[in-house]
Ligand binder design. Structure first.
Ligand code: NAG
Ligand code: NAG
Ligand code: NAG
Length: 371
């Protein structure tokens, strides 16, 4: 059991986001209780998400339907039909009890799964500052572990208020895979449970954020025709009023190719660990016959289940945003490492923000003790 939410779109059922061993299915029961400790036990409908990348464990929804769910405050899932819960089991609080029409945030970013000793401080700071300039108010990171310098930067952003860190100790329960391909990276569950955290993040922000962006830590969802995300979404939403899922193409900017002038090789950043995204302006071309994966901007109230590149169940359909309107700037190791600079496209969109961006990055690095 990960988290429990009332789903007002489905007559107020309780949805318990869970992780289930797909080859060990059994009937599950739901014990839900009111504040007065009056509890009821009901059958559940178990929905294993169709995307699991063939790992043994998968993201799942355990749906509890019963009477008076609106006064339930906590819930647990059990295999015991009598509902007598294992005493060691903890109840989950039930969230999203009340529908909200106004939101604390307009744009929230969900970063699924920080793990290992990832210590890419410079790229993280640059990305956070870029997102602020684009109109994002809130970033959520599901954290299993990270390197010591990044830890320090995360603390800074948490104190400052932009960043929420959700503790994600999945390695205490399962042997998580470091990738999505079970043949290459063995384990119980895909990529540290990425599919679970993405779904959790959507429900967590259902009534907190107008839009939720689902992308990785090294990806920037970048408007190319609008100055910021708010006017981009106003235009997209008025052209497609019922759509709740906007698919944004991912484009690779190899960190192995540097821009020629060297003007962003700044002395201030020399000793900061990590990649300097401002030096990488060469973009890989789309590959023939290979689908360019997308990430998403979603209205969380229109999503029921999500995967990484598209949703699995939604209420309004999805729209593929054209490349020239918005795309992802993804600075990383190349996918097409043989291409020379001449075969790559120059894309300096990040430079449009250079003045404010550099000032803000330096300010952050000072406040967080790196400069
Ligand atoms: C999942 O359940 C099956 C059947 O009970 C069991 O044989 C298997 O070991 C479990 N898988 C993992 C990874 O725990
Ligand atoms: C829930 O509230 C209703 C009134 O709204 C009440 O009749 C019912 O007994 C309550 N149920 C529980 C489980 O507390
Ligand atoms: C969200 O956008 C609306 C207008 O589109 C604006 O009035 C409001 O201040 C914004 N909220 C935040 C938290 O920035």
């Amino acid at each position: 059991m990960v988290s429990a939410f009332i789903d007002h779109r489905l007559d107020g059922v309780i949805r318990v986001i869970s992780i289930i061993n797909r080859s060990s299915l059994q009937p599950l029961y739901c014990v839900y209780c009111s504040a007065k400790q009056v509890c009821k036990t009901v059958h559940t409908d178990v929905q294993i998400h169709s995307d699991h990348f063939r790992f043994p464990y998968g993201a799942s929804d355990v749906i509890c339907k019963g009477e008076h769910m609106q006064n339930a405050t906590h819930v647990l899932i059990t295999t015991n039909e009598k509902g007598s819960a294992d005493l060691k089991m903890e109840y989950l609080p039930i969230k999203n009890k009340v529908v909200q029409e106004t939101f604390k945030f307009n744009f929230t970013i969900c970063i699924s799964n920080l793990f290992g000793d990832y210590n890419n401080v410079l790229q993280f700071a640059q990305t956070m500052e870029m997102y602020k300039l684009l109109g994002v108010q809130h970033v959520v990171v599901y954290k299993t572990s990270c390197g010591p310098d990044l830890e320090k930067l995360l603390k800074h952003y948490e104190t400052e208020g932009m960043l929420e860190i959700v503790s994600w100790p999945i390695d205490k329960f399962l042997n998580p895979s470091r990738g999505w391909n079970i043949k290459l990276h063995k384990g119980d569950i895909q990529y540290y449970g990425q599919l679970v955290t993405l779904n959790e993040c959507i429900y967590r922000h259902m009534y907190q954020s107008k839009y939720v962006l689902l992308n990785d830590i090294d990806e920037i969802i970048m408007p190319y025709k609008h100055a910021k995300l708010p006017p981009l979404m106003e235009d997209l939403q008025s052209a497609h009023p019922n759509i709740g899922v906007f698919l944004i193409e991912n484009h690779i900017f190899p960190k192995t190719q540097f821009e020629e002038s060297g003007k962003f090789k700044r002395a201030e950043w020399k000793n900061i660990p990590g990649v300097n995204i401002m030096e990488h302006i060469y973009r890989e071309p789309p590959r023939k016959n290979i689908y360019n994966p997308t990430k998403m901007i979603v209205n969380p109230r229109k999503v029921q289940q999500t995967s990484v590149h598209s949703t699995l169940k939604d209420f309004g359909g999805s729209f593929h945003v054209p490349f020239n309107v918005c795309r992802i700037v993804h600075v990383r190791v190349p996918l097409q490492g043989r291409l020379t600079k001449e075969q790559l496209s120059v894309d300096k969109r990040v430079w449009d923000f250079e003045q404010e961006l550099i000032q803000n990055i330096d300010q952050t690095l000072k406040l967080s003790g790196f400069l």
